[in-house]
Design a protein around this ligand. Structure first.
Ligand code: HEM
Length: 431
């Protein structure tokens, strides 16, 4: 059950200030929320996302992984970085991603699953594992990592990203956290040595050929490593910042999209059970696109994004925050704001209509200057031909269903919506 949005859209200013010691039964997130001004209304959150009177903050555990990356810089430094990064998503950049990463990845990962087909012709697999295998390939494609196409290398990269995720998601974790950072730092070194440096060396060779006039600019890969090697943003001259940008881009791609796919599949299957007449629409990309956007609205990747107020600010609800206040933008609550999405805002309805100018998928990708860089890959256009619709269509083309013998399991110690396990069955077309 979700707490109701208050009249002001604001909760919890400074109540229960914490002492230096941390209670392991509580996540760092809940401690931080107690110190923050919580924004729970759609328009207050939208305003805060778009306003330059708030700056981004580093979450606990992130320093050595995210500091200096696009997600954690602001102002003109950030605008310059995004101008460069957006070259990858603009115009035919997206087409490049489809042709080189998305297109080949989906059949390859489905084929890996098909190897485990049972005697009854049915594949029993875990959607979380499968989605991670797909997303890591897509993230690696956007960054330009080499040699990730075979299953073993792909799973090694997933393991590395899982360990790094521990640090970046540290604030959501309840229980003993002492092992998380050392493990994440070891994973970062492994990423540097086994994936980043060899791929960077490959890109350096290509850029040298380009500079020698042997390779046209249009023949250079349309990926992040090319931009890093070209020094398209001068701050990437710091090798640590360049490494973090690559790492965070893959991390940002894998976990968010894996959960988005799994949660949307879960919502869709529940919908089809109660609306069997809609089952034929599992092959309709526009229905799947609407359902995915509705699921994204209900299930943002994080319970909150944080900002710090640079100066005193009055929000659309009339409430003011003071300079220096920590602000919690509570996406899951803002996306269920009844004044925007109606009295049934908490209900999954793939046919929901929203007013012009309102995000169908809520504030799940943020808004304003830090709007998710990966969104054009995930959704595109009206949301019917992005990676998520393509993946969902591919799953349904293989007859994906929940495995009736093995229930899905949520992560018990993470304070955010995460499936640890989501068993499904697939019925691949016979060869
Ligand atoms: C369903 C999938 C995804 C969701 C829900 C999601 C969500 C978000 C959100 C909420 C933000 C803004 C955070 C803030 O304002 O503080 C963000 C930023 C970002 N996302 Fe995503 N993301 C997704 C997929 C991706 C993918 C596929 C990539 C990489 C290709 C990616 C890379 C990034 C980056 C680099 C930023 C930082 C942008 C900036 O601050 O300028 N994301 N994402």
């Amino acid at each position: 059950m979700w707490p109701a949005v208050s009249d002001t859209g604001i909760r919890g200013r400074g109540e229960d200030m914490r002492s230096a010691g941390h209670d392991l039964q509580r996540s760092l997130l809940s401690e931080k929320l107690a110190d923050a001004v919580e924004l729970t209304g759609y328009h207050d959150c939208l305003f805060a996302f778009r306003s330059d009177m708030f700056e981004s903050v580093l979450n606990p555990g992130e320093e050595l992984f995210a500091a200096g990356t696009a997600a954690r810089i602001d102002g003109t430094e950030h605008a310059d970085r995004r101008n460069v990064l957006n070259r990858l998503t603009k115009r035919d950049g997206h087409q490049w991603f489809r042709d080189r990463a998305l297109g080949p990845t989906i059949p390859r990962v489905l084929a890996w699953s098909a190897e485990n087909r049972g005697a009854d012709g049915v594949v029993r697999t875990d959607l979380v594992v499968m989605a991670r295998r797909i997303q890591v390939q897509l993230g690696a494609g956007i960054v330009g990592l080499q040699d990730v196409e075979d299953l073993q290398r792909s799973d090694t990269l997933i393991q590395i990203m899982n360990d790094i995720a521990g640090a970046i998601s540290l604030q959501y974790l309840r229980g003993d956290r002492s092992h998380i950072l050392p493990r994440a730092l070891a994973a970062k070194e492994r990423f540097r040595e086994e994936f980043y440096e060899p791929s960077r060396a490959h890109h350096e060779r290509l850029v040298s050929q380009h500079e020698a006039g042997e390779l046209a600019e249009s023949e250079l890969p349309r990926d992040l490593l090319t931009l890093l090697v070209l020094g398209a943003d001068p701050r990437w001259a710091d090798p640590e910042i360049a490494l973090r940008e690559a790492m965070i881009t893959i991390f940002g791609s894998v976990e968010t999209s894996t959960m988005a796919l799994t949660l949307a599949f879960d919502e869709l299957e529940t919908w089809f059970e109660s609306h069997p007449e809609d089952r034929p629409l599992e092959s309709d990309p526009s229905f799947l696109g609407d359902a995915i956007r509705e699921s994204l609205r209900l299930h943002p990747a994080a319970p909150s994004q944080f900002r710090r107020a640079r100066e005193a600010v009055e929000l659309p609800s009339g409430v003011t925050v003071s300079a220096g206040d920590l602000i919690a933008l509570r996406g899951p609550l803002a996306n269920r704001d009844v004044s925007v999405y109606g009295p049934d805002a908490h209900v999954f309805d793939p046919r929901r209509q929203v007013e012009a100018g309102i995000y169908r998928y809520g504030l799940t990708f943020g808004s304003g200057q830090h709007l998710c860089f990966g969104m054009p890959f995930v959704l595109t256009g009206q949301g019917y031909d992005g990676a998520l619709v393509q993946l969902m269509s591919a799953l349904y083309a293989w007859g994906a269903r929940r495995d009736p013998d093995s229930p899905a399991r949520r992560h018990p110690d993470l304070e955010r919506e995460t499936f640890e396990l989501y068993p499904i069955t697939l019925t691949p077309p016979s060869r």
